[in-house]
Design a protein around this ligand. Structure first.
Ligand code: NAD
Length: 492
């Protein structure tokens, strides 16, 4: 049994008496105010973007509601939806160069990696969920007595998507792809620092044949556009990625409005645990990648590195050399390893944490300063003599700052790794399978990478334990966030 009738006559949407007359996308409305998005390479204004406020969010939600209640998208067969999603994936691939340039200019992301990682991964995400769109089905039930029963899986409705700036493209498609496969309509609020590619995706969606009103983009600020979306009475679910602090605010808004469904992918302070038997060169290269990749602006950054005492001194020496070899510079230059922090606020925030680290008694071994004559560049930074209770070992810095610590036993490593309010990811470097398995099971984190880091796949569920949030992106399990399960019991 499936929630997807495919005949245009399914009846689950008949819950409202009034509906707006238009199904145009919100991006076609023209708010009078604009805001600036800036180039982090220089701090200069890159573009003026129409700023959505509460009234614009209302228009977007109305369009999404209309498309959900009366439009084609939820009523198409899964196969038809998958064809459109595959077409959108083709367009993302065809426009990979422009899209990587947009994210490069808006977020300071490396152009080369945008082309070879972010854009192909976004297309892959779309195709993965396109493949799932015609496989969403309920199940038959064993109901006692003279009854028969089955479940239907129906799209949850209008989904508000609120995302951060560090991976503008991946964040967009992590949420939008399974929502589209499920038959939902979406209103996306990109981060105010990086609205450009999301607007381009709205345009590509139209070219791909996504009906009007199905994908709406409302660029604007968190306390205005974001808050209007999360407190909206006509939004059925919020899929959020961002900080724990704002995750809490979003839950409060959802609770105070219509008790909408919420999923939260929040921050992290992930441990990288390196055992004595590791190949030190490999461990150093994984650990530096884990914290310096994307300038440390990544929720799963392996920012706490625990190294077993036998190789600690060698590891520290090599890690410092490796950090000095990370080339910081223009993200449009193919030789660059690390671009600028996303904006002035983030730049100053990271430098503040470095000062706190020094003041609390950690030893700065390398980096710790801005670099370049303009823009928001920071040197790859390594601290040693870090204690578990120091601010730099507890708070998410979201910048290129590694805290290096020593441990003796496996038990001590596990205890230290878990000494955080977060639980998003962990890395383990060892040749010992027993240790790898034991630590993988004992670390309280949603993803554990053994002898690798950042190994993402659309099929691998991704999300947090503890204050890193709840709900999962990626994997078939993510579609459930965008579905309702209905039981149908019939007397026989
Ligand atoms: P943020 O929480 O400040 O903002 C995230 C989004 O929420 C933005 O679009 C912002 O405009 C919006 N927002 C802000 N205030 C709001 C409000 N009152 N109501 C509704 N929306 C509001 O986070 P950020 O600085 O953009 O991103 C960095 C954070 O995101 C870090 O904590 C990082 O770990 C986290 N993150 C988590 C994941 C994950 O998958 N777990 C991935 C990437 C980033």
């Amino acid at each position: 049994s499936t929630g997807d009738s495919g005949n245009g006559k399914a009846g689950w949407w008949c819950r409202r008496s009034s509906s707006p007359s238009s199904s145009s996308t919100a991006s076609s409305s023209t708010p009078s105010r604009t805001f600036e998005t800036r180039d982090p390479r220089t701090g200069d204004v890159l573009a003026h973007i129409a700023e959505a406020d509460k009234a614009d969010v209302d228009i977007a939600v109305k369009a999404a509601r209309e498309a959900f209640e009366h439009g084609k998208w939820p009523r198409m067969s899964g196969y038809e939806r998958s064809r459109v999603m595959n077409k959108l994936a083709d367009l993302v691939e065809q426009h990979a160069d422009e899209l990587a340039a947009l994210d490069g200019a808006d977020a300071g992301k490396l152009l080369t990696l945008g082309k070879i990682i972010d854009m192909p991964a976004a297309a892959q995400m779309l195709r993965y969920y396109a493949g799932a769109a015609d496989k969403i089905h309920g199940e038959s039930l064993r109901v006692a007595g003279k009854y028969q029963g089955y479940t239907l899986k129906e799209p949850i409705g209008v989904v508000g998507v609120i995302i951060p700036w560090n991976f503008p493209t991946m964040m967009f498609f992590l949420k939008v792809s399974p929502a589209l496969a499920a038959g939902c309509t979406v209103v996306v609020k990109p981060a105010e620092q990086t609205p450009l590619s999301a607007l381009y995706y709205a345009h590509l969606a139209k070219l791909a044949g996504v009906p009007d009103g199905v994908i709406n983009v409302v660029p604007g600020f968190g306390p205005t556009a974001g808050a209007a979306l999360s407190s909206h009475m006509d939004v059925d679910s919020i899929a959020f990625t961002g900080s724990a602090e704002i995750g809490r605010t979003i839950m409060e808004s959802a609770a105070r409005s219509n008790l909408k469904n919420v999923s939260l992918e929040l921050g992290g302070k992930s441990p990288m645990i390196v055992f004595d038997d590791a190949d030190v060169d490999m461990a150093v290269s994984l650990s530096t990648l884990a914290v310096f990749f994307n300038k440390g602006e990544i929720c799963v950054a392996g920012s706490r590195v625990y190294v077993q005492e036998g190789i600690y001194d060698e590891f520290v020496k090599k890690a410092v050399e490796a950090a000095k070899n990370w080339k910081v510079g223009d993200p449009f230059d193919a030789a660059t390893n690390m671009g600028p922090q996303v904006d002035k606020v983030q730049f100053e925030r990271v430098l503040k944490y470095i000062e706190i680290g020094k003041n609390e008694g950690a030893t700065l071994l390398t980096g710790g300063k801005p670099t370049g004559d303009k823009g928001y560049y920071i040197e790859p930074t390594i601290f040693v003599d870090v204690k578990e209770d120091m601010t730099i070992a507890q708070e998410e810095i979201f910048g290129p700052v590694m805290s290096l610590m020593k441990f003796k036993t496996v038990e001590e490593a596990i205890e230290k790794a878990n000494c955080t309010k977060y639980g998003l990811a962990a890395g383990i470097v060892t040749k010992n399978l027993n240790i790898a398995n034991m630590v993988s099971r004992s670390v309280r984190a949603g993803t554990v990478w053994v002898n690798c880091y950042f190994a993402f796949d659309p099929d691998a569920p991704f999300g947090g334990f503890k204050m890193s949030g709840f709900g999962r992106d990626q994997g078939m399990v993510a579609i459930d966030k965008y579905l309702q399960v209905k039981s149908v019991i019939t007397a026989v």
